[in-house]
Design a protein around this ligand. Structure first.
Ligand SMILES: *[C@@H]1O[C@H](CO)[C@@H](O)[C@H](O)[C@H]1NC(C)=O
Length: 446
């Protein structure tokens, strides 16, 4: 969660970072020597130089460590609440607050990429291989449709297929014009993946918009990350007296004088990885939208396996809501146990289909298929943990009820808590039908 300081800063600045986005580990692992070898500056280092030339203060570098994904690392020690980076928002890519079609935003990015060195954002876009290759990072836009049967969620598979259908329909209408600017369908898709995995929400001067913020969007997400960010006038200084008197409020300056202050949630040592967190991310969300398997102990339920799963949890206002523990009366808990048990049965049965599913042509090296297998086991683990929790709760409640009704009777006479056989299951009850896209207001945009 954001710290109190973060909350205060945001309130004062009237800036509410909407959902979030992130980043992620979306970036394929690259060995550090490939990034920094040969004496030539890496695209990541060149981007940081560019941010500094625009007035940025950057205490981070972008690199890959220990064969892991690319991430951000401290170049010096930073105390709690100190500045990890001050990023000029003049370097950020701002999307219009109002837009008709999400694909329009993709077309904007794709046109910038097609401009090459002539783009104002070239140093940023050069550091984003995903912006050129739709298969670099697998997101809803690029997810292999050959695998939707393994998700075991009608709602999620519909979201993925309708996202891709939306792009194809947009291409049918706009492809001729886009090609005049050098934008191919692959480039459009790559741009859409880039936005879907890297956008941030911002409200500036009362207007909600989406932005891509260089550097901040290279930080890997962790659910327990305490680093945070706030928007301020660029000349804001921590060491000025009365620094919170409102003079540096983001709404008092234009975009060209606006900065994103990324701050340490705790003392940071030089060389430490700098994480980011913009809200809770469930395991399936991390995998379907951002292409990574999140370490989680104890195992967390995937959104698609939650009782109340709906489109709002995919791209809507609840996309990054904290997980909600299922509660209710004994009968409701028993029904939920049935539902969870039927999910376990379905996911267990899917193992055979998983083994029989050939790697999709777009799934280079079969990584997505393997990731789905890992996610399936994680989901089973989380569902079994949840079933145990529910059963324990039912026993507790039945014992409480029994002792309240007849306090003299010996306790524990009744068992209870065993899952009933069969049951509907699936995600039926919680489903909300909807179009494949968000409504464009704040958190729900993507
Ligand atoms: C953080 O560092 C400061 C000194 O810079 C120290 O006083 C403080 O105890 C440290 N906090 C933690 C939690 O280590």
């Amino acid at each position: 969660m954001a710290s109190g300081r973060h909350d205060r800063g945001l309130r004062q600045a009237l800036l509410l970072p909407a959902a979030v986005a992130l980043l992620l580990a979306a970036c394929a692992p690259r060995p550090a020597h490939a990034l920094f070898g040969g004496g030539k500056k890496s695209p990541e280092a060149a981007m940081i130089e560019w941010l500094k030339s625009k007035g940025g203060e950057i205490n981070a570098e972008i690199t890959a460590r220990n064969g892991g994904p690319r991430g951000t690392y401290a170049t010096r020690a930073v105390p709690a609440d100190g500045i990890l980076a001050k990023i000029p928002m003049s370097a950020a890519i701002w999307f219009p607050a109002e837009y008709e079609n999400f694909a329009d935003l993709g077309a904007r990015i794709a046109r910038e990429v097609a401009k090459g060195a002539a783009s104002d954002y070239a140093p940023y876009l050069d550091a984003l291989p995903m912006a050129r290759d739709p298969l670099h990072t697998i997101s809803y836009e690029s997810w292999p449709l050959e695998y939707v049967h393994l998700i075991q969620s009608d709602l999620m598979s519909r979201h993925i297929s309708s996202t891709q259908e939306g792009t194809i329909n947009y291409w049918a209408k706009n492809g001729v014009a886009l090609l005049e600017d050098g934008v191919t369908l692959d480039l459009l898709k790559a741009a859409l993946v880039t936005i879907a995995t890297r956008y941030f929400g911002i409200t500036h001067k009362g207007v909600s918009a989406s932005v891509m913020i260089p550097l901040l969007d290279f930080a890997n997400h962790y659910n327990d990350c305490t680093n945070y960010y706030e928007y301020r006038a660029c000349d804001y200084r921590d060491d000025e007296p009365n620094r919170d008197d409102g003079r540096w409020d983001a709404d008092k300056v234009g975009r060209d004088q606006l900065c994103c202050f990324w701050r340490a949630g705790a003392n940071v040592t030089a060389g430490q990885e700098l994480c980011n967190r913009y809200g809770y991310m469930a395991p399936d969300q991390a995998f379907f939208q951002y292409n990574f398997i999140m370490p989680d102990k104890p195992p967390k339920l995937s959104r698609v396996d939650e009782a109340h799963f709906s489109n709002d949890y995919i791209y809507g206002a609840l996309a990054h809501a904290e997980p909600r523990e299922f509660t209710g009366h004994v009968e409701a808990l028993k029904e939920e146990m049935d539902r969870v048990a039927s999910r376990i049965v379905a996911l267990t049965a899917a193992a055979k289909a998983e083994a029989a599913t050939p790697a999709a042509p777009s799934d280079r090296g079969g990584a997505v298929l393997r990731g789905l297998g890992a996610l399936r086991l994680q989901r089973l683990d989380a569902l079994e943990t949840e079933l145990t929790r529910l059963a324990g709760r039912v026993i507790e409640m039945e014992q409480e009820a029994a002792s309240a009704a007849a306090p003299a009777r010996p306790r524990g006479a009744r068992g209870g808590g065993k899952p009933k056989a069969g049951g509907g299951g699936g995600e039926g009850a919680g489903e909300v039908e909807g179009s494949g896209r968000g409504s464009g207001d704040g958190a729900g945009e993507l």
